[in-house]
Design a protein around this ligand. Structure first.
Ligand code: GDP
Length: 694
């Protein structure tokens, strides 16, 4: 990879920037589609200028190009005079946090679906995530060449499962082995892939046999667009012709407002449908100017809400969304600039660490090279070198106009595993590797068990932790083995109770005196830990309130019955007394901890276990076996749905019962079923769980 220094035009035309991601679950073709996007954008010139018969793009060369993988969290490329920042989004739900952070920084997305399967359970998960982040999107129905591919069914599955207004803007020409291209419904242009070079197309008339279908679908599209705009609707009803430009402009508006999700088709593997997809991304997806101002709060006072609009002249606000260690340049921090301009050499403020940071070099990452740049303005995405203390989710802002942008939410780990290095040599390397990996991955926690001295990894699931061990082996040459995974239980209480904690030592010399009464009350799931002060300074000197809260929080983190952190509970300080001479902050801290333990023990404590929402997709013939096995895992069936020989079972299942499920499911169904799961909620664990722990 080479790094070239460029002097860029002083002003980037933000209207011509697309920060977009390709969103899909594993296997839908996200990688293939992304590679094709990079291939086509890198080759625009060549493809656009090929004169049939004189220039022939070598198929082998194209195949080789497929080797470009998106090694970067954001790859910058160009299409039709627009800058496209392609933001990498991982497909597996075990890495939901990764998807979340990509969705935070992109303005628009392309959802890739499999034309045979349509919307699959996992596509639902990514779709909902995109909904939550309000990401406008196009849908690319991929794999139109596969046996069983059916464009209209795929579109119907979006209506049915997502209840989304998905509207085709193309009609495929043929399907399966006979998939030849597509017709653009707005322009009525047909793209037919009929050349010896597989990535090239001819622009033709709509094939005779499709004319009627194209007109019907076009009519429907126009109607759908008109429905989103009163003025157009009126003209449509009156039968006034609406021009193509007007249609595109209105469709763009409707797409950005998420009133319409335009649907396209293609086959990434066969290089078909990629150029219309890129054209649609440019025409319909939002630019940084089309998205609402970014929101944040003042670092001094979280109640003070702040906003920054996409303006390069405004004070700087930017979000670090990914940290990676690059083998050539070291620690790279990917940053989206929301307002103002980030310049190399600038000093900026990081409100999370309260540090000032100096911006070193700034890089723009392309598929095949890095470009060093001097500055990046609002709406742009760059990578910075030389930021040591900036982590994923941190805000960078102007020193004199501080703001904290809404943090990226990362879930707490649900599972932990002890890892052991094979040899002493591996041990040292392992520590280094884990520092690096946890630097990059905010959902991975590394700690040392104080009793056994073992290294404990905590993360989002079995697969997540397996991948960490595997990455240590491959990237850091560390041989390490993981033990049995352990569930991250929680504890809570199920009724209110009060107790007094008295810490009194008054034997000779300076004594200790602290006296605290706490009432504990259960909160709803997800309520966390709340401390409330119910007394005034007249009852107890104010200086002891802080230590009392700290003592309570520390004790709650240590658990009631089995040492797991307590959640969903409120403690109210309701009484206390002090001694003029012997009271100290320490004494009140200990008294609060004693009061909490005594109160919680009387408050019917329970152990909570993580419960996963799991979806199993199995051929119907194995349904009985799959259900039987799920039954033995304490699963609660939520729904069963059948489509053409395939059954989709949705269940809640305790995480503790899911270990090795992948292996079991494979053997039950000769490898023909698949499943996905993610943390759904915490629920009381059976009594026997606690007995086993004790
Ligand atoms: P990802 O897991 O979503 O990144 O999916 P990949 O891009 O790795 O594709 C998954 C599998 O589907 C691979 O075997 C691809 O070769 C295949 N695939 C991707 N696109 C197409 C397509 O358009 N047609 C067909 N038949 N297979 C495809």
């Amino acid at each position: 990879m080479t790094t070239a220094m460029t002097t860029r035009p002083a002003k980037v035309d933000l209207k011509k920037v697309r920060n977009m991601g390709i969103i899909a679950h594993i296997d839908a073709g996200k990688t293939t589609t992304s590679e094709q996007v990079l291939f086509f954008t890198g080759q625009t010139y060549k493809i656009g200028n090929i004169d049939e018969g004189t220039t022939v793009m070598d198929f082998m060369e194209l195949e080789r190009e497929r080797g470009i993988t998106i090694g970067s969290a954001a790859t910058t490329t160009e299409w039709a005079g627009h800058t496209i920042n392609l933001i990498d989004t991982p497909g597996h739900v075990d890495f939901t946090a990764e998807v979340e952070r990509s969705l935070r920084v992109l303005d628009g997305g392309v959802v890739v679906l499999d034309a045979v399967a349509g919307v699959q359970p996992q596509s639902e998960t990514v779709w909902r995530q995109a909904d939550r982040h309000r990401v406008p999107r196009l849908v690319f129905v991929n794999k139109m060449d596969r046996p069983g591919a059916h464009f209209e069914n795929a579109v119907l599955s979006i209506h049915r499962r997502m209840e989304a207004n998905a509207v085709p803007i193309q009609v495929p020409i043929g399907a399966e082995g006979n998939f030849q291209g597509m017709v653009d419904l707005i322009t009525r242009k047909a793209f037919v892939y009929d050349r010896p070079e597989p990535a090239l197309h001819s622009e033709t008339q709509v094939p005779e046999q499709l004319r009627e279908q194209v007109e019907t679908h076009r009519q429907r599209l126009v109607e759908k667009i008109a429905e989103t705009d009163d003025d157009l609707l009126l003209r449509y009803i009156e039968g006034v012709e609406i021009s193509n430009d007007e249609l595109v402009a209105a469709l763009r508006k409707a797409t950005i407002a998420m009133k319409i999700y335009p649907v396209l088709c293609g086959s990434a593997l066969r290089h078909r449908g990629i150029h219309p997809l890129l054209d649609a991304a440019v025409a319909l997806l939002p630019s940084p100017l089309d998205v609402p101002p970014v929101k944040g709060v003042s670092p001094k006072n979280e109640q003070e809400k702040l906003e920054r609009s996409t303006d390069p002249a405004a004070p700087l606000s930017a979000l670090a969304f990914k940290v990676v260690t690059d083998q050539h340049v070291g620690r790279l921090v990917y940053i989206r600039v929301y307002s103002g301009t980030l310049e190399s050499g600038d000093t900026v403020f990081n409100p999370s660490t309260r540090d000032r940071e100096r911006i070193g070099r700034l890089l723009r990452m392309h598929a095949d090279r890095r470009e060093e740049i001097k500055s990046a303005g609002a709406g742009e995405i760059v990578a910075a070198i030389g930021l040591k203390n900036v982590f994923t989710g941190h805000t960078l802002c102007a020193v004199d106009a501080p703001i904290v942008l809404e943090a990226i939410k990362f879930p707490e780990p649900v599972l932990s595993v002890a890892v052991e290095a094979k040899t002493r040599g591996d041990q040292d390397k392992m520590s280094q590797a884990l520092v690096r990996l946890s630097d990059e991955d905010p959902t991975l926690r590394v700690s040392t068990n104080s009793e056994s001295g073992q290294i404990i990894l905590a993360g989002m699931g079995e697969l997540h932790l397996d991948v960490v061990v595997e990455r240590m082996r491959r990237e850091f040459k560390v041989e390490a083995a993981g033990g049995m995974p352990r569930v991250a239980y929680r504890e809570t209480i199920s009724k209110a109770a009060e107790a007094q904690g008295r810490f009194v030592r008054q034997t000779g010399g300076h004594g200790q005196f602290g006296d605290v009464t706490l009432r504990v009350e259960p909160l709803e799931r997800g309520g966390g830990i709340v401390f409330e002060n119910g007394i005034s300074g007249a009852v107890l000197p104010k200086e002891y309130f802080g230590p009392i809260e700290a003592g309570f929080r520390e004790a709650a983190a240590g658990g009631i019955m089995a040492g797991y952190p307590v959640v969903d509970m409120k403690a109210v300080l309701i009484d206390g007394s002090h001694h003029e001479v012997d009271s100290s902050e320490m004494a009140f801290k200990i008294a609060a901890s004693m009061a909490f333990k005594a109160a919680a023990a009387k408050a019917a404590p329970v152990l909570l276990e993580p419960v996963m929402r799991m979806e199993v997709i199995t051929p119907a013939e194995f349904l009985g076996d799959v259900l039987g096995d799920l039954g033995s895992r304490r699963a609660t069936i939520l729904s069963m749905e059948g489509t053409a020989g395939t059954q989709i079972v949705q269940v809640y299942v305790p995480l503790a019962e899911t270990f090795q499920y992948a292996t079991k499911l494979r053997s039950l169904t000769t490898g023909r079923a698949s499943f996905v799961q993610e943390l759904h909620h915490y629920a009381p664990a059976p009594k026997s769980t606690l007995e086993k722990k004790a």
